[in-house]
Design a protein around this ligand. Structure first.
Ligand code: NAI
Ligand code: ISE
Length: 344
């Protein structure tokens, strides 16, 4: 997008993948955020794309192919919200077209594809890609990070975290616990600690009866960082009771923990109770709003700032070690190369 005098013009966005999060991002761009409009949509299931064209998005056109969205003349920026394994193809195509692209996590499902994206972006010469890691935009994760950086708990020693989903479908398999679910922790915890991972191990406890043949559930992932912090993350995607994200950092002189989301307390029937959320859309709603607004504003000024392809690449390197550790049941090394200058 030509950035001269563009601040008042709406950023015209094309969305590829109009499933759960694609539709939710279309809603927030249309009703909640400022400075953008949806002008193109596509989905491998064209009926999904057509349903995303509503009276609220009168200028949106449904395309059969994601590549037609990327190359449409009136599309300034692209949002990739299709299934993970399809991301790399669209992100590479957007870079080739020289367009800004917001790609939902994961950036790609293999290290090789993340590497291709990093190479293509560097060849372009400046950042075009923002990856949909929204937790660093969450006010409570930000408060944790500030407390750690300010020395409130002394040197961090351990992290105990949990990522629980109420349930998942039959197409969710064992490796997805890593590259679809744990990938959030893989990104946010190294940001929180300002550290990098050196090893991963995966433990399979007794299985829940609510899983299926192709999914080990729950799992415990053990990570070790360069500075020696030990991290355990419980990933439990059929926990039944709700959508529950926990994180405590134990330091030399104290502990900081994520609060549970604010909820009204009910006293009734000789009980004191508070509801627990069940849907990721609600748990991080403010963080999604801030990340996408920052993307819109960044595209309009010609400089995007959010999580980069490098974040996507590093998360993929760590994720691949975790998936290997699922298979070998051994401790696997994580080796992260030098960060290229463009991402410093
Ligand atoms: P979904 O299954 O609800 O929607 C995905 C859509 O992509 C479907 O409509 C499907 O037909 C379409 N699609 C699949 N292959 C395609 C292709 N080659 N071209 C165009 N469209 C294609 O999945 P959901 O939950 O919306 O997830 C989409 C992506 O967003 C995933 O990468 C997921 O990891 C990520 N996500 C991120 C979240 C976050 O917290 N940041 C939360 C939920 C999802
Ligand atoms: C989903 O794709 C998300 O990103 C959610 O935040 C996560 O909790 C869930 O496990 C993933 O499948």
């Amino acid at each position: 997008m030509n950035t001269t005098n563009q601040h008042d013009k709406k950023l015209r966005i094309g969305v590829i993948g109009t499933g759960a999060i694609g539709v939710d991002h279309i809603r927030r761009c249309t009703h909640t955020l400022s400075g953008a409009e949806i002008v193109a949509v596509s989905d491998v299931n064209i009926d999904n794309a057509k349903k995303a064209v509503t009276p609220h998005n009168p200028n949106a056109k449904a395309y059969e192919s994601g590549h037609d969205v990327i190359n449409a003349e009136n599309v300034d920026a692209v949002m990739v919200t299709s299934w993970g394994p399809t991301h790399a193809e669209y992100v590479l195509s957007a870079i080739k077209a020289g367009k800004f692209v917001f790609c939902e996590k994961p950036l790609a499902t293999t290290i090789e594809d993340c590497d291709k994206i990093i190479q293509a972006e560097q060849a372009h010469g400046s950042r075009l890609v923002q990856v949909g890691f929204m937790r660093p935009y969450d006010k409570d994760y930000r408060a944790l990070r500030k407390m750690i950086a300010d020395g409130a708990i002394g040197t961090p020693l351990m992290v105990h975290a949990a990522h629980r989903n109420q349930n998942v479908g039959e197409n969710y398999v064992t490796s997805m616990a890593i590259f679809d679910t744990l990938i959030h922790e893989l990104d946010v915890l190294r940001w929180l600690l300002d550290d990098d991972y050196i090893s991963a191990q995966v433990i399979f406890p007794r299985q829940t009866s609510h899983t299926h043949a192709k999914l080990r559930d729950p799992q415990i992932v053990l990570l070790e960082t360069k500075s020696g912090v030990r991290i355990d993350v419980e990933v439990f995607v059929n926990c039944q009771y709700g959508y529950d994200i926990q994180c405590s950092v134990v330091g030399e002189k104290g502990i900081v923990s994520l609060p549970d989301p604010a909820a009204v307390a009910l006293r009734s029937d000789a009980k004191l109770s508070t509801p627990i959320l069940t849907d990721w859309k609600e748990r991080f709603i403010d963080a999604y709003d801030i990340e996408i607004q920052e993307f819109i504003d960044g595209c309009k000024t010609g400089k995007i700032k959010g999580p980069s392809s490098w974040n996507g690449y590093v998360a993929a390197v760590a994720a691949e070690a975790c998936v290997k550790a699922q298979e070998t049941q051994a401790k696997e090394a994580i080796s992260i190369p030098e960060r290229p200058a463009m991402y410093k």
